[in-house]
Design a protein around this ligand. Structure first.
Ligand code: MN
Length: 261
């Protein structure tokens, strides 16, 4: 192909949207589309603002006792991350026990209570001593898991998505700005099912701190405002069935509650 032809083809591709598909905000507001896609947001407590969600990162096996119960050695394993789609978020308002549908395809549906950190800025290779500067705020979240499918796919060395990244697999409460409540280090984190305590630990038991997780993720992907991170669950994960009520507690944040329906 001669240079002129190639240039003409490139121009045509660009005009047809075959070039860069990421639009600037200004372009996006003037670009027509055949339908709209619901923006994913989390309400910010005590304000009329919402936090727009860009990506959901989750860390695996971040509490030693949970790593052991999942069959791995917490002393040797580097941190690893997976993602959920942003529309996996199920926002649970303050003081509400939200109906949470038991998902299809599983017979072993597990809870994992987690502290969620939300970012207001990002970057690549963020140094540890600047990582918390990126934090907008915190929320209580659940990393709901089709454990049977997660295990089956893991055993077959296939991707985990069907076990972790399905619709409504990420219940979350309102976001609390760090500017108002500070950061979290050694607060208690717990979960009960029908009033019976199942998970009960301290955020101090995290293998990789919030700052370390931000640093580690930013080595693999550039982080941006709008990214949120599910920071891992402590030990004693377990199954729920329809009718069960889950209550999640993290000190200094309000409870998060769902009913499996
Ligand atoms: Mn988890």
């Amino acid at each position: 192909m001669d240079r002129q032809k190639r240039k003409t083809l490139q121009m045509g591709l660009l005009a047809a949207g075959g070039g860069l598909s990421v639009l600037s905000p200004a372009q996006a507001s003037t670009t027509k589309s055949p339908f709209t896609v619901r923006p994913i947001t989390i309400p910010i407590a005590g304000t009329d603002e919402v936090f727009p969600v860009r990506r959901i990162y989750c860390i695996g096996r971040n509490y030693a006792a949970h790593a052991r119960e999942m069959g791995s050695d917490p002393t040797r394993e580097p941190p690893f991350f997976f993602q959920k789609p942003t529309d996996a978020i199920q926002f649970v308002p303050l003081g509400v026990t939200a109906d949470h549908p038991y998902p299809s395809l599983t017979k072993n549906y597990h809870y994992e209570v987690e502290l969620v950190v939300a970012l207001k800025s990002g970057g690549k290779n963020i140094p540890m001593n600047r990582a918390l500067d990126c934090v907008y705020g915190y929320a209580v979240g659940l990393d709901m898991t089709r454990r049977d499918l997660q295990r089956m796919m893991g055993d077959q060395k296939k991707p985990w998505e069907i076990g972790k990244s399905f619709d409504q697999s990420a219940p979350i409460g309102p976001l609390y700005p760090a500017s108002r409540i500070g950061h979290f280090q050694q607060e208690k984190i717990s979960l009960s099912v029908n009033g019976e305590t199942k998970q009960n630990a301290s955020l101090a038991h995290m293998i990789w701190s919030v700052a370390e997780q931000i640093t580690k993720i930013s080595e693999a992907n550039e982080l941006f405002a709008g990214d949120i991170i599910y920071t891992g669950t402590p030990e004693n994960v377990g199954p729920v069935v329809k009718g069960d009520v889950i209550v999640c507690k993290i000190d200094r944040l309000p409870d998060l509650s769902i009913k499996i329906v």
